[in-house]
Design a protein around this ligand. Structure first.
Ligand SMILES: [Zn+2]
Length: 418
């Protein structure tokens, strides 16, 4: 089966092959699970040259503080509160620390603590020292005290009023502001407690199974397939020439710095294309369905397989799953993961095993006569498993986030909203 590259959302075939209806979830379960969510709004900043220099200086001071707090933790058994006290001492004889807003520095100590907690819980590796360029943000943790918003400016403590492009309305009250450097651009990420009233609830009652693939990113149980955007392939020549230019420059030269920026920008474009694609697709899935069933594939392990890696990164499976989950939750829907074993071999019409190798793109059942796109057949099986699982489970959310905070509870990871 051939599918067009990047078909616009409207052109997806909408012939329902299998339509299942599920009972809507009990609102109290959905409400409880989602009401504590945090959302992140990201806006572009337009700092003046002087403000940009201040941003850079703040980042550098924070990076040094981070490294010194990290080395202190490695040397002796100190905790979060001892380090906060130690910070007060440090500030007495360090003029660079005194130049930065006190709450930003306190947040650096918190970051070190969170990094260790993630390590102790087995979520991430041991915290590492940050070299220049590896530390690119700082956080104002308290609205009103350290930062404030007005029509088109954000007032930042010790930096001043910075122009911000508020391209969308913020619903709810901003809690924290993180200033982020993205190569040559600046952004502010505002976390907002998600208000239940702001949520759109569209209970369509539809259920859909999704098969993640490489030749097509996804195949839906209703017969829709979406082509894989090959962003890395398209950007290939641009990235290769930027890489070549970089390798011809001398270490430490001004030209090298410029070439590094050009290369980073070429990669940034690919990253943004991937994000944009995942946002649009997940939005469509969450809008049209109340129950969305994904395969529980170990995405990170498959990315290590080089022949598949860039195709998988382009289709951004993990991202798509995560985005679909939070968008569905916000609409009162539900995303679940099921064990994918056997879903591609089984016939979705009669349930018999039809063995086929990877190259075979069409499912042909000689028992019941069903002829179907291989991935669509798998998606229909995934939906069937998901529907059984959905009835058996009382837990509303199956995409869990691990919470890390200085008190080891609360403070969930904010979800990105673009
Ligand atoms: Zn069959």
């Amino acid at each position: 089966m051939t599918v067009s590259r990047n078909p616009p959302p409207e052109s997806y075939s909408s012939v329902p092959i299998l339509k299942s209806r599920i009972a809507p979830l009990r609102p109290e379960i959905v409400g409880k699970a989602v009401s504590q969510g945090m959302l992140t709004y990201k806006f572009r900043l337009c700092p003046t040259n002087q403000q940009e220099r201040l941003f850079d200086r703040t980042i550098e001071t924070c990076r040094r503080l981070y490294n010194s707090m990290l080395s202190e933790r490695i040397d002796k058994p100190v905790g979060y509160f001892e380090q906060q006290k130690h910070l007060v001492e440090l500030k007495k004889d360090n003029k660079y620390l005194r130049e930065v807003h006190s709450q930003i520095l306190q947040d650096v100590v918190l970051r070190v603590d969170k990094a260790f907690q993630r390590y102790f819980k087995g979520i991430s590796n041991h915290p590492r020292f940050k070299r220049t360029g590896r530390y690119n943000s700082f956080t104002y943790p308290q609205y009103g005290k350290s930062f404030k918003l007005d029509e088109c400016h954000i007032k930042l403590g010790r930096i001043g009023r910075v122009k911000v492009i508020l391209h969308r309305e913020i619903v709810g009250e901003a809690k924290t502001a993180t200033i982020i450097k993205d190569i040559d651009q600046w952004y502010v990420a505002l976390t907002v407690r998600d208000s239940p009233t702001a949520r759109k609830t569209t209970s369509t009652g539809n259920a859909v199974g999704i098969d993640l693939g490489v030749s097509s990113v996804i195949a839906l149980s209703d017969g829709t397939t979406v082509a894989n955007p090959r962003f890395t392939e398209e950007a290939g020549s641009r990235i290769r020439s930027a890489q070549k230019k970089l390798s011809r420059t001398q270490v430490g030269s001004h030209r090298r710095r410029k070439a590094q920026i050009a290369l980073a920008r070429a990669w940034r474009k690919v990253r943004r294309q991937r994000d944009d694609f995942a946002h649009k697709l997940s939005n469509q899935l969450a809008r049209n369905n109340s129950l969305i069933v994904f395969e529980d594939l170990p995405v990170t392990r498959m990315v290590h397989n080089h022949s598949l890696a860039s195709a998988i990164m382009d289709s951004a499976w993990g991202k798509l799953r995560q985005m679909t989950a939070y968008k569905a939750e916000r609409r009162g829907g539900r995303t679940i993961l099921v064990n994918p074993s056997g879903t591609s071999q089984k016939c979705s019409g009669c349930g018999r095993e039809i063995p086929k190798d990877l190259g075979e793109r069409t499912h042909r059942c000689h028992f019941c006569g069903l002829v179907l796109n291989r991935d669509v057949n798998a998606a229909r099986n995934i939906l069937a498993v998901g529907l059984v699982q959905a009835l058996a489970e009382t837990e509303p959310l199956l995409v869990h986030r691990t919470r890390i905070s200085k008190f080891s509870r609360g403070s969930e990871k904010p979800l990105a909203l673009c």
